[in-house]
Ligand binder design. Structure first.
Ligand SMILES: [Zn+2]
Ligand SMILES: [Zn+2]
Length: 182
């Protein structure tokens, strides 16, 4: 089956790609939308709608990769935002609670995050040597989820599937560009 390479190191099966990407929001439209969702969430929970929280949300939605708290914090500092690590951490947790951000634990590394609104359901392959994360989407996984839910009488809410291995670079050339030497 043909594979499409999508931005963000992603691989989607052809028919899946066509079914799900008929309409594509621009980044601006998406940011506007997620701000509205976050605003409603904060109001509902009686939490303060601070400009820092919205700046963090915007920063997350203008990037398109997996990141840890520290990377996001440094990126915001570099852009001269006045945010503390604690605020970045706490805002990320809020964004996870309202499903705007997904939190991942890839191996023993620090938790990694990624935006989730308007982004297709996918799974990950992680390189054990360099930590490189590649995304893929195979509709068969969704089918297994639906079938197992029906069979075992569960209403499945979400799943996580991480595959671990050595990327080709290391396998073929003996080096992995990002390999951490210790
Ligand atoms: Zn690697
Ligand atoms: Zn991902």
């Amino acid at each position: 089956m043909a594979l499409f390479r999508f931005q963000r190191q992603s691989f989607f099966l052809a028919h899946d790609f066509l079914d799900n990407f008929g309409y594509c929001m621009t980044t601006e439209e998406q940011i506007k939308m997620v701000k509205k969702i976050f605003e409603a969430y904060l109001e509902n929970k009686n939490l303060r709608k601070t400009s820092e929280r919205f700046a963090i949300l915007e920063e997350i939605y203008s990037r398109s990769d997996h990141f840890d708290v520290e990377t996001l914090y440094v990126q915001m500092k570099n852009k001269k935002y006045r945010v503390s690590r604690a605020t970045v951490y706490n805002t990320l947790e809020l964004l996870v609670s309202c499903d705007l951000v997904t939190k991942h634990q890839f191996g023993k590394n620090m938790a990694q995050f990624e935006k989730s609104y308007g982004y297709k359901q996918h799974d990950h392959i992680i390189c054990l040597d360099c930590g490189k994360v590649v995304e893929f989407c195979d509709p068969r996984i969704q089918q297994i989820q639906t079938m197992m839910g029906e069979l075992l009488k569960f209403e499945i809410k979400h799943h996580s599937l991480n595959l671990y291995g050595a990327c080709n670079r290391l396998h073929q050339g003996g080096i992995c560009e990002n390999k951490v030497t210790n």
